[in-house]
Design a protein around this ligand. Structure first.
Ligand code: GRG
Length: 332
């Protein structure tokens, strides 16, 4: 299986950051702020954050902020969205530059979104009480989508900014609990199929809000361990192929519920290492496929949760290196 090619992965990330007109850079143009989070967190986990110039990055991130709403878009001039606002907060936290943020403005953006989501959730409950469509479906929100991903993002962001008191945490937790399934997992909306990605979001929300007592740890632990395939990799739901990114979504959830010792760590480590491009760096979704920054990050983050030597520890709920999280919460 070989070793982790840490130095090559660093070179790969730096090269993607520099080549703004490469194919990969163009593919992630609209979500470049997510890409910055994946790439920079990888560098930090590999103890190489000095490979980039923080001032340039901070300047660019602030150009992605929508002045009116306070939220961030995926790139300069793009519409603001929760997905990119979390990445902005995470990268600034990583670079120890949260001071550049107008915290009230960003958290007001999140609060506004969360309040609208809560309204939508309320209408979902009304739907349950009688407004359900004839075919059994429910109407979406004014953006057309309600998803437990957004509950996680809002809670994670507001917690990092010390602004959880701005929202109704109890109703956020209640909504997450309403998305719990009989198999112990969670979906994107009430009744939605259990999926490892959504489970990370729901368990992460419960962990950050101190509400993990709502999880049936053994039942969920069993469902998550069933995600390990014959090749040692993890999939996101039954009958799907293993993919390196689930080394994060599944493993972080198992760590949060204290059941990570239930999987075969050695086989998973081998699977991730077999997905490396040993010549040019980077990690792919499955062995012999093309590498990208997303899978490179989740591969390295998964190895961190597996306590692979030489990689910094990552916090399973905040998805940031543990020393960064400690700096935020314990050095005030
Ligand atoms: C800070 C780490 C972090 C996350 C922010 C955006 C977000 C919060 C979470 C996304 C969680 C999620 C839904 C991940 C799953 C992504 C994925 C690979 C979906 C595809 O799933 P399937 O089952 O297909 O349709 P495959 O076969 O690819 O598994």
């Amino acid at each position: 299986m070989g070793e982790l090619e840490g130095k090559k992965h660093v070179q790969y990330i730096v090269s993607v950051e520099k080549k703004k007109d490469s194919f990969e850079a163009l593919v992630i143009e609209h979500l470049r702020l997510n890409g910055a989070y994946w790439g920079l967190t990888t560098l930090d986990l590999l103890n190489e954050i000095e490979a980039v110039k923080p001032d340039e990055i901070v300047q660019w991130i602030m150009q992605c902020q929508d002045i009116g709403s306070g939220g961030f878009g995926g790139n300069v001039g793009h519409d603001p969205h929760l997905l990119y606002t979390l990445s902005a907060v995470q990268v600034l936290a990583l670079l120890n530059r949260l001071d550049v943020l107008d915290i009230d403005k960003v958290s007001d953006f999140l609060r506004m979104i969360v309040q609208l989501y809560l309204l939508v959730h309320l209408s979902l409950y009304l739907d349950v009480a009688g407004l359900q469509n004839e075919d059994g479906s429910f109407s979406g929100d004014m953006w057309g989508e309600v998803d437990t991903r957004f509950s996680y993002i809002a809670i994670c962001c507001l917690s990092l900014l010390g602004q959880l008191s701005k929202i109704n945490v109890e109703s956020t937790v209640n909504y997450i609990v309403s998305c719990k399934n009989l198999d112990g997992g969670f979906g994107s909306i009430p009744g939605g199929e259990s999926h490892a990605g959504q489970i990370f979001c729901c368990v992460g929300t419960l962990a950050i809000t101190g509400s993990l007592h709502h999880v049936d740890r053994d039942l969920l632990g069993w469902w998550l361990c069933e995600r390990q395939c014959k090749d040692g990799g993890l999939n996101g739901r039954p009958e799907k192929l293993a993919d390196v990114c689930y080394s994060w979504w599944v493993l972080s959830s198992l760590v949060m519920i204290d059941r990570v010792h239930w999987i075969d760590k050695e086989k998973l480590t081998r699977f991730i290492l077999n997905c490396q491009d040993k010549e040019n760096g980077g990690i792919s979704d499955r062995p012999d496929n093309a590498v990208d920054v997303y899978h490179t990050y989740f591969g390295v983050a998964g190895l961190s949760l597996l306590e692979y030597p030489g990689i910094k520890s990552i916090d399973p709920a905040y998805a940031l290196p543990v020393d960064v999280v400690n700096r935020i919460f314990f050095s005030k």
